[in-house]
Design a protein around this ligand. Sequence first.
Ligand SMILES: [Zn+2]
Length: 178
Amino acid sequence: MPTKTRRHKILICLACLAMLAMLGWVDYITGYELGFFVFYSAPVGIAAWQLGRWPAVGMSLVASFAWALADSYSGAKYSTRFALYWNNSIHFASFIINAVAIARIKAELDRRHQLAAELEALRQTLRVVAKQLPTCPRCGHLRDQSDSTASAVPVSPLPPELAEALCASCRLLELQAK
Ligand SMILES: [Zn+2]
């Protein structure tokens, strides 16, 4: 039984293939004079964003094939075989460049989101731990003792997560420093 994510990916893959088939058909009925090249990039881009690099590379291959089929069946004539291969290779190369670039951007974004979530979880832990500290992290005195020597300690920037752990005097100094 495929998981939800796997099913989601299969659906996206099928949707991209359907898009390519439809584009190929429209490209075929409109004739070879009208270029549809840019539209073939859309399913490749979607595959790169949603499924990653290798499925997008596969989609680039299908896109090139769909374009070549539509082109030849709509009656495109090339004076040499080389021109056909050249055009096909150029299309394939552009699809691949798009696929790799988009997949890379998506992977970097995902990584950034993951790091931000990890950082937030760590800050949350730090806040919880700070509340449990018996001593003030700034002056080192017991937190519930009123401390008149707090002002002698140089004010260094304290992570906001530790604010809860400050003694009353240091909390006052922190507020004044802001
Ligand atoms: Zn203190």
